[in-house]
Design a protein around this ligand. Structure first.
Ligand SMILES: [Zn+2]
Ligand SMILES: [Zn+2]
Length: 379
């Protein structure tokens, strides 16, 4: 049950590069496309590979202020100015060359995915370079310049979609889309994330954040404790997301699939293995067909084990989107492993699967959180 699937491969997005010491490395995405190709998924008869053009100022302007867009362009072209006012200059968001062009191209890739799905050229579309979900209307944040999931959602609404559901599985709260559509009843935002304020970024995403006065109930948050593992995370996903999205009855499902939830991720403390990405993608795929007419726009997101985890996680996601998950061998193609090892300078895993981790006290705590969230939402 897949239909045509678009794989957005826009290698120009490699200019979204915050520097050699920064965790958000372009290699995360480049190695993902390499692995998808090495597995032959781009050659499937139902898969079409497409590039993208930069998002226009009109597209960006549905989400971001003109002052912020102008400041981003000028700072990225080397002009001096009070860029700290717009979130630039910190370790998270250093000014980098051509950052407006880089951010606009990532947004354009997510808009291309949204447009392919909305126009019926594809049932599903995947932009692994996207998922920059912390950017705010007038401020860069959390490695993110422009908020491509929000720009894609705003494009869908402008194109005629009446309702869009956004599901964010990154380990960090999807604070950008939640804030941007806080008062918009046309957009449901659902986020599963590690939650430990004020220590864990961004500190928002408590279970009582439910949307603004014009859109009560339009935000749902599942704030999970550090240490949550595969089974409890998948239970949270299956308990909250399909019911919430099905009740909302969206025209399109947009998902952010950050894989910084992995147990080895250096920036976070959830304990997922690749099984959660494989099984989670299957849940979303079934949901897209059951609740959104099959229309599914997927982006990447965080994921800072850039060679070990992100390429495998997102290849598993794309195999599911393409209806090929059951045919994907567990062995990684040798040529890809060699290339990734050369890039990373250390040994790579040779299979998609990983051993299960032992149960953890956080899993029961996570189940209590899920019960509390269900009570708040449906009580
Ligand atoms: Zn499908
Ligand atoms: Zn993240």
């Amino acid at each position: 049950m897949s239909g045509d699937v678009f794989l957005i491969v826009e290698r120009g997005t490699r200019i979204y590069d915050l520097g050699p010491q920064h965790p958000l490395r372009p290699d995360r995405v480049l190695l993902t496309w390499d692995l998808i190709e090495a597995c032959g998924l781009d050659q499937l008869p139902n898969v079409q590979v497409s590039g993208a053009a930069p998002a226009s100022t009109v597209d960006l302007g549905r989400v971001h202020t003109s002052a912020f867009i102008d400041a981003t362009a000028r700072a990225g072209h080397g002009e001096g100015g009070d860029w700290g006012r717009f979130g630039y200059g910190s370790g998270d968001n250093p000014v980098f060359a051509d950052m407006h062009e880089a951010g606009a191209l990532v947004c354009g890739a997510s808009v291309a995915a949204a447009a392919a799905v909305w126009r019926g050229e594809a049932a599903h579309a995947f932009n692994a370079s996207g998922g920059l979900h912390h950017a705010m209307p007038e401020r860069a944040s959390g490695f993110c310049v422009y908020d491509d999931p929000a720009v894609a959602i705003a494009w869908l609404l402008a194109a005629g979609a009446e309702r869009v559901a956004y599901v964010d599985l990154d380990v960090h709260h999807g604070d950008g889309p939640q804030a941007i559509f806080w008062n918009d009843p046309r957009v449901l935002t659902v986020s599963l994330h590690e939650y430990d304020p004020p220590f864990f970024f961004p500190g928002t995403g408590g279970m009582r954040e439910r949307g603004g006065s014009d859109a009560p109930g339009s935000a749902i948050n599942v704030p999970l404790p550090r240490g949550t593992g595969d089974d409890a995370w998948l239970e949270a996903l299956r308990t909250i997301v399909p019911r919430a999205v099905t009740e909302f009855a969206p025209d399109v499902l947009v998902t952010q699939l950050g894989c910084d939830t992995h147990h080895t991720d250096p920036l976070a403390e959830l304990r997922l293995t690749t099984r959660a990405y494989r099984d989670g993608a299957a849940v979303l795929h079934e949901l897209a067909h059951g609740a959104a007419g099959g229309r599914w726009v997927a982006t990447g997101g965080g994921g800072y084990r850039w060679a070990h985890v992100a390429p495998r996680a997102w290849t598993l996601v794309f195999a599911e989107m393409a209806g090929a998950a059951g045919d994907l061998p567990d062995e990684l193609p040798t040529a890809w492993v060699e290339r990734a090892e050369a890039r990373a300078g250390e040994p790579m895993p040779t299979v998609f699967s990983e051993p299960s981790l032992p149960a953890h006290a956080a899993d029961d705590e996570a189940r209590q959180v899920v019960a509390a969230v269900a009570d708040i939402v449906w009580g």
